[in-house]
Design a protein around this ligand. Structure first.
Ligand SMILES: Cc1cc2nc3c(=O)[nH]c(=O)nc-3n(C[C@H](O)[C@H](O)[C@H](O)COP(=O)(O)OP(=O)(O)OC[C@H]3O[C@@H](n4cnc5c(N)ncnc54)[C@H](O)[C@@H]3O)c2cc1C
Length: 409
């Protein structure tokens, strides 16, 4: 007789764990609350699914004990993931940044091949099945659905995701299931999320995008920096570099700190160089008002804001600018600072920081150290990754290892 494995949650981690458990000889059932599995996968990578990253490093992961990822990633890492999907038909398209997408650049390709494989292997997938309670009785698990149906299994893999983008089904209810089974939950908060600022000029620059560098500063120390498209919005600031900083920024805010965001709009040049080049630029336009003199250098909508912030009269003729005023302009364009006030909500977040305490999970198998036969996989665990394919890689790695071990007779 093979072992009976119940997978709770049919997301990335749940589906791959079901496949590896089945391949290891188990009888597998997936219980998914939505009418279809894998809803979140369709939203990943802007609909293109950045499913892993060639330059993965343990440092791309966060959590109370980020080194927890080491064992699952070394057993089923980037190469194993690419090869797993290649065997299902996915040709990898690898960007210079290391991001890997399916060559079709369609997230649905990843979901389609996973669903086909579930069917192909004879894995029972039951949708519209909201698991409301799991009991552990005499080494067996009893799984109760919201509308009365009951399942039993020898092993359970909990893969209910986190709380980011709750419309996809992962709304944080899985933490209660883990808690009821005796597990501690490390405080959760949104990760990879837009940041809120409180500046009265935000409305006027809503939608302005710059290619710049964002720095996260605490007590005058730069904690992280990232380059890319930065977008000013009416609530604050967004764009890939901001998402990358957001986790650390929110961690600091939650601990009562006052993190500062520094933006360099003209980031290919340092302040002194910029100051010199502004002086040369201004020689050619002494009669222009400064608000015209900055056109062509920065986004036009930023000009009145920059001048207001530096307290320079926008109509002042360039010939009348003092060296100190030119220095102020160079300074703000390379070192514009904002106090971070908070973040957008869970519906805007791409990942959840915090989750099931990794101290209570055996990293080499993903089995609970508290409840024999209970396994964890994916975002539900207190591990989150940077933007760039690292979160799905965590779902694949932890899910594959959980399934492989849960499937052992
Ligand atoms: C907009 C967006 C874009 C992203 N882009 C990327 C990207 O390009 N690359 C990357 O690496 N990561 C990306 N991520 C993150 C990545 O999608 C997640 O980290 C990953 O999907 C987590 O997988 P999971 O299986 O752990 O959880 P989920 O994918 O959330 O799956 C959990 C499943 O469990 C089900 N469920 C929950 N509770 C129950 C219950 N009680 N009973 C039954 N079923 C239940 C849910 O309905 C859901 O289907 C993105 C996230 C978002 C929101």
């Amino acid at each position: 007789m093979s072992v009976k494995v119940i997978v709770v949650g049919g997301g990335a981690a749940g589906m791959i764990s079901a496949i590896s458990a089945k391949k290891n000889g188990a009888e597998v059932t997936i219980l998914e609350r939505n009418s279809r599995v894998g809803k979140k996968i369709l939203a990943t990578g802007n609909g293109r699914c950045n499913y892993t990253n060639k330059f993965l490093d343990v440092k791309n992961y966060h959590g109370k004990n980020f080194k927890f990822v080491y064992s699952p990633l070394s057993q089923f890492g980037v190469e194993e993931t690419i090869s797993f999907f290649e065997k299902l038909g996915i040709v990898p398209a690898i960007e210079d940044s290391g991001k890997v997408f399916p060559l079709s650049f369609q997230a649905s390709s990843i979901l389609d091949v996973l669903r086909y494989e579930l069917d192909n292997l004879g894995i029972e997938t039951i949708c519209n099945a909201f698991v409301k309670d799991i009991e552990n009785k005499g080494g067996k698990f009893l799984i109760n659905l919201k509308y009365g149906r009951r399942f039993s299994g020898d092993r359970v893999i909990l893969a209910t995701g986190g709380k980011a983008m709750p419309s996809t089904g992962s709304d944080g209810n899985g933490y209660n299931l883990a808690k009821k089974l005796g597990h501690n939950i490390v405080d959760i908060f949104p990760g990879l999320v837009q940041l809120k600022l409180e500046e009265n000029f935000l409305k006027s620059i809503n939608g302005v995008k710059v290619l710049g560098t964002a720095y996260l500063i605490n007590k005058n120390k730069i904690l992280r920096e990232d380059r890319g498209d930065i977008l000013f919005t009416d609530y604050g600031i967004s764009g890939p570099p901001i998402l990358q900083l957001s986790r650390k920024a929110l961690e600091l805010l939650n601990n009562g700190k006052k993190p500062i965001l520094k933006i360099s709009i003209l980031n290919s040049i340092d302040k002194n160089e910029l100051e010199e080049s502004l002086k040369i630029r201004f020689v050619y336009m002494p009669k222009k008002p400064i608000e015209i003199g900055l056109i062509g250098l920065i986004n036009k909508r930023l000009i009145p804001v920059i001048l207001k912030e530096t307290k320079i009269d926008r109509l002042k003729n360039i010939a009348n600018l003092s060296n100190e005023e030119i220095e102020k302009i160079a300074h703000i364009l390379t070192d514009w600072r904002f106090e971070i006030k908070g973040s957008k909500s869970w519906s805007n977040a791409q990942v959840t920081a915090g989750g099931v305490d990794t101290r209570e999970i055996e990293s080499s198998t993903m089995e609970s150290k508290l409840v024999e036969g209970l396994y964890f996989a994916g975002e539900l665990v207190d591990i989150d990754g940077d933007c760039g394919g690292f979160n799905l890689q965590w779902a694949w790695s932890s899910g594959y290892i959980a399934g492989q071990n849960a499937g052992i007779k």
